[in-house]
Ligand binder design. Structure first.
Ligand code: HEC
Length: 97
């Protein structure tokens, strides 16, 4: 039990260090993980050089729509809260609406 707690603490510590280093909010950092897990970066670069294809989204509403459609199209199955985190992530690294 003691050992487990120590491990958990270390993991938490690591997570918070990498979060502050990335400069993302907590939600966006979660979104980044979902994004990487779902392999979205296969087609859209996932770093500061994010590839928006044709930059069709002009505002938050469009961005919501697009994330939902790529989620559906590639059968990722994100929960609404997960989608929101991904939207926040893309907005923080790229769109900045
Ligand atoms: C197989 C390649 C591919 C994958 C994988 C993919 N996308 Fe896309 N995505 C595209 C293409 C192509 C477009 C532009 C479609 C168009 O212009 O009609 C697009 C458009 C978008 C846009 C709108 C970009 C803009 O502003 O114009 C967003 C946001 C987006 N995708 C998010 C995601 C997310 C989130 C995932 C992961 C679930 C994902 N995409 C996975 C190919 C992909």
């Amino acid at each position: 039990m003691k050992k487990l707690n120590k491990l958990t603490l270390t993991a938490l510590l690591f997570t918070s260090i990498s979060l502050s280093a990335s400069g993302l909010s907590q939600k966006a950092a979660n979104g980044q993980e979902f994004y990487l897990d779902a392999d979205c970066q296969k087609c859209h670069n996932q770093d500061s050089k994010y590839d928006a294809k044709k930059k069709k989204s002009k505002n938050m509403k469009d961005l919501n729509k697009w994330v939902r459609s790529c989620d559906t199209f590639f059968d990722v199955g994100w929960f609404p809260e997960e989608q929101q985190d991904v939207i926040k992530y893309l907005n923080e690294i790229y769109y900045k609406y």
